[in-house]
Write a protein that binds this ligand. Sequence first.
Ligand code: URA
Length: 294
Amino acid sequence: MNPTLPAQSPRRAAVLREMGLGPLWLLRSLDAARAEAALQARAALGFASTVNAEVFSSVTRAQPAESQASPLGPQSPPRLQQPAALPVVVTEKVAPHRDSGREQRIATLDWDGLEEEIRSCQACVLCERRKQAVPGVGDRKAQWMLVGEGPGAEEDLRGEPFVGQAGKLLDNMLAAVGLRRGEGVYIANAVKCRPPHNRTPESAEIDTCLPFLARQIELVQPRLLVALGRPAAQALLNMEVRIGAARGQLFRYRNTPVLVTYHPAYLLRNPQDKSKAWEDLCFARRTMADLPQA
Ligand code: URA
């Protein structure tokens, strides 16, 4: 029996067949309850019903899947390679802030001080139209830290990241790999105040907000950072990033490994790329499992 295939009762197998959900491979390490949640989340996400087992047994792809011309045609699975060749791209964020006093002060704040500072921040124009700043949410000792772009309307109202439609998808994505918001996961944004009309934050706004994110990362000390979308990736990696080209690679923010994937809001608009996000999460999961113990 394939070790990645969870034991299924004949009844559940029949239900899955009935729903058009064919055979499913789930992450090896999931316990039964998490596996069930993952199964439901995968269905809710509309991921392809059959997942190639290779996705679960390898750590990384040689190339981003979309850039590979496969001899087997567009339906063939991505070519995968084993951990020995894990591509680690080293980048070091050098924060370009002019007011280094501010940066240094933020770097010494504890959680309460940091959140207070974020909530009262007036360092860029984004403060002018926010209802409230949105610091972050989750397990402050998390192994996983997810970084989004910036609050939207719902987050601006409620003061918590990813509580709108994109957040629902994010929760489903997390559940699909056996994770849950707040349990070993911390979620923050590149900018803490809602950009007007949900526009993409400007580079200068991301840079001004970066000391907050940097301090959050330092306080959480996650083992793995996941950048959701391009602004988050650029904030962490200090370089131009195309998600399609950067996914499947491991980068570094200071000493923490970083990988990038699509932003959930992008996936809502482009559901055909959900399967790639699923691959990325599997890659993240395998990467986490293979990280040396601290
Ligand atoms: N999109 C983001 O990037 N962050 C949020 O908190 C909500 C939507």
